[in-house]
Each structure stands twice: as C-alpha cells, then as structure tokens.
Design a protein around this ligand. Structure first.
Ligand code: ADP
Ligand code: MG
Length: 697
C-alpha cells in the first residue's frame, strides 16, 4: 500500500518534473518521506534585530535594522566597491559590495528602512558587513522572530532555483500538507519516560523551530528515534540468529588440560581467562557463536584463539584462522606450529603464494579431516577450500575484512554454521562498536600481560635528527633493534619511495657497522619475507619499512619505533605501529618525527599519541576528528548513514536507546502488546524500505 509519504516529490506544488529530476539526482530525494527527513544542517538566528551599537566582529551572522545614508562607489579595478552606510539611532556601520555593484546601487534607496543580515567584520577601524542579505523592512519582520533553517544545496540546484530558501519553502508546504498524516512512531510509555515530544511536533520544529529550546527538543526526539530503531533492529537480528542457527556443542577437552599443564609458556592474565570462559560458554551453548574479541596490541589474543581452537580440535572438528596479510598469516603459523606440534595437532598454511602441489595436498587433508588447523589469508575463502568439519573460524584483525567475507566463512560447513570469533586490535569507541557490531557479543581483553613497561612516546622535529640518531646509537649498543617507518601512499608513491630510499641510505651512513633491512609494498612478496625474516632473527638490526609491518609483527628485541612524517599517518595507524615495540622486557620508545610546520589536526594526533597509550582513548579522539563514516571506511557505512544522530557526540543517548530497545524486546519480543503497537508499525514499515540490513549481520 502506498501512503502519502511515498508520493513522488514531483507532485509537490511548485516542484514539477524538471526540479524533481534535479532534486532526485543532486540530493537523492525521491518522495515526500525523503524530503521531510532532509533536515537543515544549521540554523541562522533571526530571532532578534541587533542595534548598531551592539555590533562587533565576534558576532556570527546577525540581523540589523536601519536606514541607508550615503551610497558611494570607491576604488578602481579589483578594489572597486560599493559602500553604503546603514544607521539607526545608536550609530552606523558600512555595507560593502564588491560584485553586482550596478544592480545593488540601483536597488538601494536612501532614507528607507531595511532589514539586513550578514556577518560583521572590522576593516579600517570601522564595522562593516560585506555582501549582506538586504530587504525592505516590513511589518512581517516585526513578528518574524525565528531560526531560519539552512539546507545543503549544490551549484546545480542553485542554478535550478533551488537554494536553501527555496528548499525551506518546499519543506513548509510539505509539512502543512503532512501535518495530520504524521503517525507517531514511538510508544507513549517511552516518550513519557524520556520526556520526548511527539513526532509531528518534532518534524515541524526541526525545520522551523520557534526558538532554540524547541529546536533542542526536536533534535533530541528525532535522534533518539533514529538510534532506537537502529538498535532495535540489531538486537532483533541477534535474537533471530540465536534462535535460528544452532551451533555444534564443544566442551573443554583433555587436550586443553594437557596444554594448560604442560605447554603454556606463561600464566594467562585475568582478562584472558575471563574471555576464554566467555567463548567456551558460547561454544557449549548449542547456539552459534558470533563474538568480537577486542584487545589492544600485545594483549595476547593469539593464545586465546589457540586455546579455543583446542576445544574444537579436541572434539575431532577443524578450525581456521584467517589473517589479513601473508606476513601475519605466516607469523601466526610459525608461532602456533610450535604449540600444535607439541599437541600432535596437524596444522597447515594457505596463502596466495602457496604452490599448486601443496594446495592439492592441503585440499585433500582438509577434506578427509586429518588437517586440524588451517592458518591463512583470503585464500581460505576460495571455493575449492572445503573442510571436512569446520567447527570454529577465527578472523584476526577483522576491520580488514568485509562482512561479505565473514559470511563466506560461515558457509564453509554444510551441516551447521561454524562458530565465529573475530578479533581486533583496533580499539573501536564503544558507541561505534554498539552500532557496527550491535548484533555481536563482545569480549574485551582490558589488561596487558604483566611486566610490560608502557612505551614512552616523544615528538621530535626533523631538524633535531642528529640527537635522535645519537639516542638510537645508544640503543643499538645496548643490543636492541630499531624500526624506521615511512609513509607510502598510492597518490604520491614515487616521491614516497624516494624518501624511503634516501632515508635508508642516510641510516646506513649513520650506522655503518649495523646491518639494515628494507621492506616496502612494491617489493616481491618473497623478497619482503626474506628481509622480514632477517630482522626477526636479529641478523639485521634496523628495519626501514613502510606500513607493511603494521599488524601483528612480533620482535620483542625491537625497542624503538621511529615514524617519519608521522603527521601523515592516521591515529589508528600510529597506534598500531607503536604496538610493534614494547613487546619485550626492555623499556621501549616511539619517536614521532615531523617537520616544524604541521596542520592543526596533525598536531592533535601527535599530541594524543604522546599523551596516552590507551587505545580506546585514542579511538575516541579519532572518532571526533574524523567522524564515524570515515573512521570505518565506506565498506560498512550502511549502518552509519544516520540522518541526524552523530555517533561521535550522541554516545549517551545511544546507550539509552539500546537499553530501551533491549527492555522492550525482553518483555515483548514479538512486539505484540498494545503499548508497543507504534513500534510494531514502524518496524513493519522499515522492512519495506530499501535499506539492506543483511549487510551488517
Ligand atoms: P595481540 O593481542 O596483539 O595479537 P599477541 O597475541 O601477538 O598479541 O601477544 C603478544 C605477545 O605477548 C606474544 O609474544 C605472546 O606470546 C605474549 N603473551 C600473550 N599472553 C601473555 C601472558 N599472559 N603473559 C605473558 N606474555 C603473554
Ligand atoms: Mg595479533
């Protein structure tokens, strides 16, 4: 059934097919419902008129009322301008135009009262407003105290006579027609509890707020509604999956006991033990596990994953561990092979560079079930890779994998869905996690293994490089290893590569006795690996590299991470890179090199890194600097396409929304009760809408 809000905007008075086409293309607004949800991005204060004596350059856009006195054209050429004085009984200011001089001067009349709107500035000792909006003052201005909505438009729209004002006009018409048809979408009990205004009122005041209090109420109401329905949807997904997908039951096995008692090289931290318990309780629940394991770099996620693998392997099933890069996959393989060997668990590795003959053998062993743990890269997802009985899939550094890839892993077992554990060292702000992974269970390792010394981070300017080299020399004499990381991005690859190579040469000159490795993305993966191995084994003592060493690489003897042009890296990346040191018993250092001149945002990033080692704090700053969409990349932006709420600012509201959604689902999972009828109606309607929610499950 098509409703009023499904009506195409071409049917709105004053729109017509041409404008409708423009609006479709430029704003992706197709029907009345879309338009009404196209909210202003800011408001201009037209609630009062300023007196001229009150005006100063610190004010934003303001309104003044006054009469025009002298009008004159001054200057020549590009300095030519029209200057009109505007006065009231408290003083005068200048209105200035550099463009459209002829047209404006014809329009302006001395002695007539005008309403003027614009941004005051100060020039030549006088207050003035350049290119103000100006119209003859009328009785309408008298009572028109309001906040004027400002809508995003584009050049094309403006050329088609659809500037912000024109859009406001359309909104007003639409709202008047829609008024009686706006259906309340929140249940009354919730609105009462939280003091939220009705939807119809909120929609009116979001476009045409009578004052700032009403605007705040409207924003609160609409933000809450948006967050509430996202969370309700996520929680419903989670419930549905728990009900629908049975999971194979795996219990703790003798194998685990044996590992614990004979081969575990250290005592697990309290956080590791807790997380393992959480995972076990999922795996023996009979439901399919979908758990996110968050833990800062170096918190010891790998061993947790391996212990969980043992539960599965001990029961005769298979496990897979997928990593985002070959280097990382191989490191996992080498590390786990030692444990697996002691436990008589057959382990294999599959990456893009695995030879055909080896592949054949792997495929066979996977199918007959003799290979118990397969470590690898994306190559694991290929269709030829068929398991005999995949019980657990672990995905490391999950932010590098799309949701579709996760789904592919699910299907690697025909009889039941394998349990899925995704691990990330990218600390995600809680608000974001609640939305992005709102349908997953989350475990957090919030404790580092004992004896780690916090990494000391400093900011140094390029001109002080000699001192930095002096420090490094001392670290080298103490037997330590050093990383130098250079930025390398596609857009400036040639220059970046040159930088890296120059850096490599100067480092070799500065430390002639010391063997140096170099690794970058343009090298063959075989050569990369060879160099990497030399550094891991300690044959080379300095590693000059691009961010290929970013994730997971583990060299406990490396104590200094020098990051060149560090202002060019994002916070998440800086934090990841820093995590490459501080893995052994010795004090480690991170040195952030920059030029003296850096952008304001770059400076905030550097200062944040110097101030804290806490990944969650860093992630919060990152969220504020970049906004949620950018932070997670476009791949997953579907759920982050919020119309009005802002995950970097509305964290508290989000929490309330999630709690309320959970409460409602707990008492009324089918949304059948009378008091939740509004929720049921809204959910049914959302189902029809085009948003592809499967993307996030
Ligand atoms: P990440 O969480 O970054 O993947 P890893 O699993 O690579 O961290 O662990 C980092 C290092 O810490 C490894 O060398 C690992 O052996 C060691 N480690 C892990 N857990 C403990 C522990 N409980 N006590 C001491 N060392 C540990
Ligand atoms: Mg890791």
């Amino acid at each position: 059934m098509k409703g009023f809000f499904d009506t195409g905007i071409e049917f709105l008075k004053g729109v017509g097919p041409n404008k409708a086409d423009l609006i479709n293309k430029e704003l992706e607004i197709f029907n009345f419902g879309d338009l009404i949800q196209f909210y202003p991005f800011r408001y201009e204060d037209r609630t009062r008129f300023y007196r001229i004596s009150e005006i100063n350059e610190r004010l934003p856009n303001i309104q003044v009322r006054g009469k025009i006195g002298k009008i004159e054209t001054l200057g020549t050429g590009s300095r030519k301008r029209l200057v009109a004085s505007l006065y009231d009984d408290t003083g005068s200011i200048e209105l200035v135009w550099f463009k459209g001089i002829k047209w404006v001067s014809r329009k302006l009349k001395t002695g007539v009262a005008y309403a003027v709107f614009g941004k005051p500035t100060r020039y030549g000792g006088k207050n003035n407003i350049a290119h103000p909006e100006i119209e003859v003052y009328t009785a309408a201005h008298e009572k028109q105290g309001f906040l004027q909505p400002v809508y995003h438009t584009t050049e094309k729209l403006k050329r088609g006579y659809l500037d912000s004002r024109a859009i406001a006009k359309l909104q007003k018409q639409l709202l008047e027609a829609a008024k009686s048809r706006i259906v309340e979408s929140l249940p009354p009990h919730l609105m009462n509890d939280l003091g939220l205004i009705p939807k119809a009122e909120a929609l009116w005041h979001i476009h045409f707020p009578s004052d700032s209090k009403k605007l705040n109420q409207a924003q609160l109401r609409l933000k809450f509604e948006e967050l509430f329905y996202v969370q309700l949807r996520l929680l419903k997904l989670k419930l549905a999956r728990i009900e629908r997908f049975r999971g194979k039951v795996f219990r703790e096995t003798a194998l685990i006991k044996q590992f614990y008692h004979q081969h575990l090289p250290f005592e697990l931290t309290g956080a590791q033990k807790r997380v393992i318990r959480e995972i076990y309780s999922d795996m023996k629940s009979g439901k399919q596990m979908n758990r996110l394991l968050q833990g800062d770099v170096g918190s010891g996620k790998t061993i947790v994953a391996f212990i969980c693998v043992l539960a599965v392997v001990g029961a005769g099933a298979q496990a897979a561990l997928m990593a985002p890069t070959e280097i990382l996959a191989e490191q996992h393989y080498r590390g786990l092979k030692i444990f697996a060997g002691k436990m008589d668990v057959e382990i294999g590795i599959l990456t893009g560079s695995t030879k055909q003959s080896q592949r054949k053998e792997l495929h066979q062993k996977l199918q007959n079930g003799s290979l118990r743990l397969l470590v690898g890269t994306h190559a694991l997802l290929e269709d030829q890779v068929q398991f005999n009985s995949l019980g657990l899939a672990v995905i490391d550094e999950q932010h590098r994998f799309g949701v579709a890839q996760r789904a592919k892993l699910w299907k690697k077992n025909k009889d039941f869905f394998p349990h899925v554990l995704v691990m990330t060292a990218t600390p995600i702000p809680r608000t974001l996690a609640m939305t992005l992974y709102g349908d997953l269970d989350v475990s957090v390792i919030d404790e580092l293994p004992p004896g780690r010394k916090p990494i000391e981070t400093v900011h140094r300017y390029d001109q002080n490089r000699l001192k930095v080299f002096g420090f490094i020399k001392r670290q080298l004499s103490a037997g330590r290893q050093i990383y130098f990381v250079y930025p390398l991005i596609e857009e400036s690859a040639k220059m970046d590569l040159k930088h890296l190579e120059d850096g490599y040469e100067s480092i070799k000159r500065a430390f002639p006795e010391i063997p140096v490795s170099i690794v970058h993305g343009k090298m063959k993966s075989k050569d990369k690996d060879y160099e990497m191995q030399r550094f891991v084994k300690g044959e080379t003592r300095i590693m000059v590299a691009t961010t290929v060493i970013e994730v997971g690489v583990n060299v406990p003897n490396a104590t200094v991470m020098v990051i060149e042009n560090s202002e060019r890296f994002g916070l998440a990346q800086l934090h990841q890179l820093r995590g490459r040191v501080g893995r052994g018993a010795d004090q480690s250092y991170c040195i952030l090199m920059t030029d003296v001149k850096i952008s304001k945002e770059g400076r905030v990033r550097i200062q944040t890194m110097v101030r804290t080692n806490n990944g969650f704090e860093i992630a919060d700053v990152d969220l504020k600097l970049r906004g949620p969409g950018d932070l997670m990349g476009t791949q997953q932006s579907g759920v982050l396409d919020l119309m009005i709420a802002d995950l970097s600012k509305d964290g508290k509201l989000l929490k309330v929304a999630r709690e309320k959604a959970a409460q409602i689902l707990e008492t009324d999972p089918e949304l059948k009760s009378v008091e939740n009828v509004n929720v049921r109606r809204q959910v049914a309607q959302q189902k029809k809408s085009s948003m592809n929610w499967s993307r996030i499950s």
